[in-house]
Design a protein around this ligand. Structure first.
Ligand code: 5GP
Ligand code: ZN
Length: 119
């Protein structure tokens, strides 16, 4: 659970209100906020309040939470006005994917044409 990580994990701190963030929506399980270095006109992050290091740590016990996180990504996209124009949800997991914060997070990107394949 997140308490053990709150000294070292920036997103645990953020979820506890110890680090400022532009919060879009939140509930008892998840929190969505704007990315500090936006890569698109819309760039939000959706995280579980519970500390999970990366997608590789997720197992079947997390399935309800994973569903909640994806539903939240859609709610965020709708709230930020890209539900119709389109958006991309990205999870970077591990070094080759470029994960830089070791607390599971879903990127929600939109507001411009996104290139494919990603780099
Ligand atoms: P990753 O590279 O791990 O997939 O994504 C981490 C994301 O977290 C990056 O897009 C980065 O800009 C964002 N980020 C890192 N630290 C903070 C922070 O303190 N606040 C916010 N809002 N975003 C952060
Ligand atoms: Zn954490």
């Amino acid at each position: 659970m997140s308490d053990g990580y709150v000294d070292t994990c920036i997103f645990c701190k953020l979820a506890k209100g110890l680090v400022r963030a532009e919060i879009i929506l939140q509930d008892d399980k998840v929190i969505a906020f704007k990315d500090i270095h936006a890569q698109a006109p819309v760039h939000a992050l959706v995280i579980p309040r519970e500390h999970i290091t990366a997608l590789w740590e997720v197992d079947e016990t997390h399935e309800p939470l994973m569903g909640r996180l994806l539903t939240t990504c859609n709610e965020v996209a709708q709230a930020l006005g890209v539900g119709e124009s389109g958006y991309r949800v990205v999870i970077n997991s591990g070094p080759d994917a470029g994960q830089s914060v070791d607390h599971l997070h879903f990127h929600v990107l939109g507001g411009r044409k996104l290139a494919w394949p990603p780099g």
